[in-house]
Design a protein around this ligand. Structure first.
Ligand SMILES: Nc1ncnc2c1ncn2[C@@H]1O[C@H](COP(=O)(O)OP(=O)(O)O)[C@@H](O)[C@H]1O
Ligand SMILES: CC(=O)OP(=O)(O)O
Ligand SMILES: [Mg+2]
Length: 404
């Protein structure tokens, strides 16, 4: 079975083509800056093999439809391709960020599902439109091939009401479904499964904290394989400090800013989503640039790093307090997998909770591999686990297709 996975963002499409029998990656790539200047693609054929070939180019890519057209050309092209034509594809798996309360499992896309995804756009304005564009374009360019939607929110649907309800008037939940949803669920689930395998047990036997630190950052408390709490909320703005998102702030900030600066709701939304986080604190949002500045003695960059890591520490403490027994803390995604300083600082004050990092192991993490970075006396294992949202989406897509 051949599955195409599309992870459509607001201005990018990441894709993977996989042969599911042995989970071989046939091709992968990224189309970025869609609709902006400097749009470009990077495509890799048979990644990680001797014959691997990388193709890239800067070219005009005005919209998602053009981007997907390009993806189809790349995977079927004479030089770049790995299949003759799209009829070899058995199914297309789409990452959809917000599924609300309606979707707690992956689902075959029909008109009702499309409408359900559209209905959540107000709660994920940066993310859901790209996902929908991916589905609509796939239907047009690859008619007859089934589409499956895999939701970021699905894994978190097992949270109990005491985790997902907010302390605001109850009718706002019944009328508008205002509650915590949580995101990056596909990544949290994949990492929890990998954690279980690393500990030599089933997912149902596994209680761990998954720490996804990428562009967007979130954490999940996983008890016996099920999510019981997570840091993002109604939208992907809540919780941890992120590249450009504030994470948790005092809710009174909105009224105060309107009063003092005359900001509109839109202004504040934009401020907290796009101009805050690490970027707002120090003017840079890529952790690598922040370290380079700290190394030159920049105190704004240092403070931004400290605030970022302190929030991670606080959430780890919170989640250890609600899990009966935390077996492991798992760092993942761009920052979590690659940034030893963030991992060290985030765990620095946790020894009282039985979490002790081994400095050397933490520095010697090998890219792309699962590594244990806690010291032998640590009561809680600390692991670095590379995430693979696309593989998890492909696996779930294949399961839906096999059972439909
Ligand atoms: N070597 C590294 N050290 C620190 N941070 C890194 C490193 N490599 C990548 N990153 C960070 O990872 C982030 C992207 O993470 P990723 O999980 O790919 O995000 P997304 O999937 O949301 O685009 C970048 O913003 C960058 O700050
Ligand atoms: C939901 C979310 O924040 O996704 P990303 O990290 O891809 O922006
Ligand atoms: Mg991501």
């Amino acid at each position: 079975m051949i599955i195409l996975v599309l992870n459509s963002g607001s201005s990018s499409v990441k894709y993977q083509l996989l042969e599911m029998q042995d989970k071989t990656l046939l091709a992968s790539g990224l189309v970025e800056r869609i609709g902006q200047s400097g749009s470009a693609y990077k495509h890799e054929r048979l990644p990680g093999t001797d014959t691997s070939q990388v193709f890239s180019n800067e070219q005009d890519i005005p919209d998602h439809s053009t981007a997907l057209d390009l993806v189809v050309k790349l995977i079927t092209g004479e030089q770049t391709g790995v299949i003759k034509d799209v009829s070899s594809i058995n199914g297309i798996g789409h990452r959809i960020v917000h599924g609300g309360e309606d979707f707690n499992t992956p689902i075959l896309v029909d008109d009702d599902v499309v409408e359900g995804i559209r209905a959540q756009i107000p709660l994920a304005p940066l993310h859901n439109p790209g996902g929908l564009a991916g589905i609509e374009t796939a239907k047009r360019l690859m008619p007859g091939i089934p589409n499956v939607a895999v939701f970021d929110t699905a894994f978190h649907q097992t949270m109990p009401p005491e985790a997902y309800r907010m302390a605001i008037p109850a009718e706002l939940y019944s009328e508008l479904k205002i509650r915590r949803y949580g995101f990056h669920g596909t990544s949290h689930l994949y990492v929890a499964k990998q954690c279980a395998a690393t500990l030599g047990q089933t997912l149902e036997q596994t209680s761990c904290i998954t720490v996804h630190l990428g562009n967007g950052c979130s954490m999940a408390a996983v008890k016996q394989g099920r999510c019981v709490d997570t840091s993002m909320g109604l939208t992907p703005l809540a919780g941890l400090v992120m590249g450009t998102r504030s994470g948790d702030v005092d809710p009174a900030l909105h009224a105060f800013l309107t009063d003092k600066k005359g900001y509109s709701i839109q202004d504040i939304d934009n401020l907290l989503n796009k101009k805050s986080g690490l970027l707002g604190l120090c003017g840079d949002n890529d952790m690598r640039d922040i370290h380079a500045r700290i190394d030159k003695g920049d105190s704004d960059a240092e403070l931004a790093l400290k605030i970022f890591c302190r929030r991670v520490t606080q959430y780890i403490g919170q989640y250890m307090a609600i899990l009966d027994k935390t077996q492991a803390i798992c760092f993942t995604a761009g920052v979590g997998e690659n940034d030893e300083r963030v991992r060290e600082l985030s765990c620095a004050t946790l020894s009282g909770l039985g979490v002790v990092l081994d400095k050397k192991r933490n520095q010697e993490v090998r890219r792309g591999e699962i590594c244990e970075i806690s010291s032998p006396e640590s009561r809680v294992k600390v692991l670095v686990i590379p995430t693979n949202e696309e593989l998890e989406i492909a696996t779930q897509t294949a399961q839906v297709l096999s059972s439909s």
